[in-house]
Design a protein. Structure first.
Length: 731
């Protein structure tokens, strides 16, 4: 028995020695490099590209021919640089036909550290499109069957540690093209053949530390255009930086990362069909330029050279996204969280239903649905749309829906319906706002405000028309209409705002929101307000101008008579804690919270009338000069009568040093009754002060004693002494 085992071991050892001897001897008598030109010729004919191989060596152990420094030329229409370069190529072959028949049956290729250059022209054609196309029209030449290749049959292709550089040429008028390099590329294809389907898997490292894998089946290779070769695959991308990876251009204004993208898709050479696409946890920053364009960008028509333009999709989904939206020129982005979206039945030629939910900055929520499409991938604003959006509990100051520079704040519920054909947007909006503040120097309204508005907007020029808008406070309705123009972070305004005979009682608690502040402890009661205002400037710095008029109202909790006690002492007039106002009219101009009022006319029955002009600073500081004409006199005398003049003269004499001259004071009193008493109003809106300007009254009185021929002051006139005494009187 032992001898049998010994014999078997001897036989096996002999065979092994023979194999080793053959493995060592074959490369010695078989010149592998002699097959190089024939392999180059056959491969070049098959691929339609010139193939160049370095010296060929035979590796019996691996059953392959090993070539150094292999290259594949590019399509001359794209580049004169190699399409592919590889440091080492292993050509797997069948050894028996090679050794005994000098025939080469290729069973596969293995490429180590190849470098591939992919180029896409502006018309969408790739440089690999022509691979194999020239060979289909040629009939391979007959060769010596004893020493030539019987045909290229490739069973297995393996690429390891590859590098792929992708360059895209820009379209006419666009910026620079994109050039990106992807490394750690590996490819494994089994049962590869030009004329049938074969399984494959690809993986690569993406710029920005991402990773992509693609698994599926492809083929048969399209002999006319390799880019039209059909495939079915599953794509998975992890930690994608879309700009670094070359998916988006820097000029797109989009940055950030996407945790993962998973796609199931098929391509038949004519149309890309996506069964499912899921974008999970995107965290993107978008800079919205909001700049007008001259003309709409037409949507791309389906084109087989642009796979995306042909895409149809059963289901697209975005999960748990975060979007930071910043309008160019603004300092702080609006961050939308928990963003989820779904699109079904996407088509390049029709509209598709969608749903969208998100958490609005500052709290609140967005729910939207409708249809959109066909999608304009080059200009999203030109995509036709029919949508309904409901926004709940929106913080206007931090939501990003209203520019922060406007000073607008409050909590709102908004309902929006919008229809766009890609050129013109028609929208109907209704909103209810609580604690609304419309001016930077204002304070929140204590009464809710409702808004109904219809508008149209040109989506390219960003010009719009507010066809009608109604702001309702209780039963008071303020109407608006006009136009606007958006450019960058601001919007230019040209609006008309009008309110006719608005109830003061309805407006009372709303007035602080527009920066109207009454004296502390006071409020308006009864009466009406009429206003016809122009709103121009921009949303960041609006200019409000036009006439306003109050009628038959009362300022409760404010004793105007006591504030003017120095003047009312001349007549004995009193208003009490309820100042009745018959009318108040003025032309106003508001810029950056500062108010200028001209042509002020105030009629207070208990005191008289006042006319003048002045300003209210954004801080609330008052600076007014008015002329007060008194209507009541002490006793029963009438203005200008001897008893009336005498009463006022008596009061004035008490204000003049040494009593003054009776005749002079009488002239001053007469002028005061006829022309009015200048009053300076200062302090603040919450605590105004009133100071009669007696110097002005004295000058008015002095003018009453001048004759038409008097051009110079008579220094001996007793009135001169009175004027001098008053003008030099210390206050």
């Amino acid at each position: 028995m032992a001898s049998r085992y010994r014999t078997l071991l001897i036989i096996l050892g002999s065979l092994l020695a023979l194999v080793i001897a053959v493995a060592i001897a074959v490369p010695q008598f078989l010149n592998a490099d002699s097959f190089r030109s024939r392999i180059e010729s056959e491969l070049s004919a098959s691929l339609g590209r010139k193939i160049t191989l370095g010296q060929l060596d035979l590796s019996v152990w691996s059953g392959s021919l090993v070539a150094q420094n292999a290259t594949v030329s590019d399509d001359p229409a794209f580049s004169n640089q190699p399409f592919l370069q590889a440091q080492k190529v292993r050509i797997n072959i069948e050894m028996i036909p090679l050794i005994f028949g000098k025939q080469i049956h290729i069973t596969g290729f293995s490429l180590e550290a190849p470098k591939v250059n992919l180029i896409r022209h502006a018309n969408g054609v790739w440089n690999y499109s022509s691979i194999g196309s020239s060979s289909s029209s040629k009939t391979p030449a007959k060769a010596d069957q004893s020493s030539s290749m019987t045909g290229v049959t490739v069973g297995h292709v393996d690429i390891s540690n590859g590098e792929v550089t992708v360059s895209t040429e820009p379209a006419t008028g666009q910026g620079a093209g994109i050039r990106r390099t992807y490394d750690q590329v590996s490819l494994n294809a089994k049962n590869f053949a030009f004329d049938r389907s074969f399984p494959f898997n690809v993986s690569a490292h993406l710029p920005g530390d991402g990773k992509v894998t693609l698994n599926g089946n492809a083929g048969p290779i399209n002999a006319t255009d390799a880019s039209l070769t059909p495939f079915g695959a599953k794509l998975s991308i992890q930690h994608l930086d879309p700009v670094a990876a070359g998916f988006l251009e820097q000029s797109s204004g989009i940055t950030g990362t996407i945790n993962s993208i998973d796609v199931e898709a098929t391509w038949n050479g004519q149309q890309l069909h996506v069964a499912n696409l899921v974008v999970d946890t995107p965290n993107l920053n978008v800079v919205r330029k909001a700049t007008p364009t001259n003309a709409p960008v037409p949507p791309k028509q389906p084109n087989q050279n642009d796979m995306l333009s042909t895409m149809v999709a059963d289901h697209l989904q975005v999960k748990n996204g975060t979007l930071s939206l910043l309008t160019s020129g603004q300092s702080k982005p609006a961050v939308y969280q928990k963003l989820n979206a779904e699109v079904t039945n996407l088509s390049p030629t029709g509209s598709s239903p969608f749903k969208l939910t998100a958490q609005i900055p500052g709290g609140g929520s967005l729910n939207a649905d409708g249809t959109a499409g066909p999608i304009n991938y080059d200009d999203a604003a030109s995509t036709p749309l029919n949508a309904h959006a409901a926004l709940h509990h929106i913080d206007l100051a931090s939501s990003g829906l209203v520019a922060s520079e406007t000073g607008v704040s409050g909590l709102a519920d908004v309902d929006l319906k919008a229809v766009s054909d890609g050129r013109t947007l028609n929208a109907n909006l209704s909103a209810n706002a609580q604690n609304l503040q419309l001016a930077r120097n204002g304070s929140p309204s204590q009464k809710p405000v409702d808004l109904q508005m219809t508008l149209t907007q040109n989506m390219q020029t960003l010009t719009g028309q507010v066809q009608s808008a109604a702001l309702t406070i209780g039963h008071a309705v303020v109407n608006m209409q006009g136009t606007y123009q958006t450019s960058g972070p601001t919007t230019a305004l040209n609006l008309k705002v009008s309110g006719q005979s608005l109830s003061i009682d309805e407006l009372q608690s709303f007035l602080p929101s527009v920066g109207v502040h009454l004296p502390t402890g006071s409020r308006l009661q009864g009466g009406t307000l009429t206003a016809n205002l122009d709103v121009t400037g921009s949303t960041a710095s609006p200019i409000i101008s036009g006439p306003i008029r109050l009628q038959n109202t009362n300022l409760a909790g404010f004793d105007l008579g006591s504030k003017l006690s120095t003047v009312t002492a001349l007549t004995g007039a009193k208003t009490g804690s309820m100042t009745a106002i018959r009318s108040l009219s003025a032309n106003i101009r508001v810029v950056d919270g500062n108010v200028r009022t001209d042509n002020v006319v105030l009629d207070v029955p208990a005191l008289g009338t006042a006319t003048g002009a002045g300003t209210v600073a954004a801080s609330g500081a008052l600076n007014y000069n008015v002329i007060l004409k008194l209507t009541g006199l002490v006793g029963t005398g009438k203005a200008g009568s001897a008893p009336g003049v005498g009463g006022i003269a008596g009061q004035l004499m008490g204000l003049i040093p040494n009593g003054g001259a009776a005749g002079s004071v009488g002239g001053i009193a007469t002028a005061a009754l006829r022309n009015g008493i200048p009053v300076a109003i200062g302090g603040t809106t919450s605590n105004p002060t009133f100071a009669p300007n007696l110097n002005g009254a004295i000058k008015s009185g002095a003018s009453a004693f001048k004759t038409p021929t008097q051009n110079k002051q008579n220094q001996s006139n007793p009135l001169g002494g009175v004027l001098g005494g008053l003008l030099n009187r210390k206050r």
